[in-house]
Design a protein around this ligand. Sequence first.
Ligand code: GDP
Length: 326
Amino acid sequence: MVKRFYVDQYVDRILAGDRVVLSRAITLVESTLPADQDLAQEVINRLIPHTGNSVRVGITGSPGVGKSTFIESFGNYLIQEQSKKVAVLAIDPTSQRSGGSILGDKTRMATLATNPAAYIRPSPAGKSLGGVARNTREALLLCEAAGFNVIIIETVGVGQSETAVHSMVDFFLLLLLAGAGDALQGIKKGIMEMADGLAITKADGDNHQKAEQARAEYKHALHLFPPAPSGWLPPVALCSALENTGLAVIWQMVQEYLTLTQKSGFFTRKRQEQNLHWLHQAIRYALEDRFFSHKLIREKLPDLEKAVAESKTSPFKAATDLLKLF
Ligand code: GDP
């Protein structure tokens, strides 16, 4: 059971950068109790004027590509060299099934986790990717209100989670390995098209040469895509978390992207579109929730499901009948 503060206390303490209260507020967001949800919504709504002032960076790549190692080095670089406060959130749709989140493992990012200028929150567990993504989006806003000015959202490079991350970040970075081949890495073309920047990881030791070659190949591949609406051509960087190289180049890449898109107005337009996307998502979730918890629907649904499964009723007729009851 979540201990409830009054809304004012949450708001004041989060604005003061209190991490314990920030964590509690995120726990409220993740709670399924209606009272917790109401409180969370009120807190977030009060904090909205204090959000939006961070750089939101999404990071994806196949398992083993080096995401957590990279985020740890990159996070430490941003704190030490750029005087940033960094929050790391995750969307991991596999956390539900495995019972423990691979992105939430406490031993990951050990040096970043103990840095007072960093805040790391594992992926929320949830029934659906939509729910998990929504919680992460709300956690992002809370972290911004608490003064974190770079928010990194990590996800695994498989499935639909990239689309969810893409709908909440300013810059989307795709991490790739040299010499593994696209098919092997499970990177779908769609994910490459979503990326604002690519980075070849583990470009160190014997691997450096291969990484250079991979960079040339990816650069070529990117030229074949239709131009992005932002007018930006995604660069390809090399990095090594082991040798701590490439971090400044990647941050520079993000800065250049921001300068270009802020000047053209694309940045603001994209954020506005993302806000509207989340409004519509929220409406959809709420409607679905209400529909399936409606007394009459709960009573009638099993029979209709049976009839539809046995092809005795058309799914469309059944849906229309249920909606009339609702
Ligand atoms: P994730 O699954 O994408 O989060 O990958 P991890 O960050 O857990 O890294 C997977 C493996 O790659 C680990 O054994 C790391 O030590 C190794 N690794 C990560 N970054 C680098 C790097 O820059 N250079 C080298 N040589 N190995 C790395």
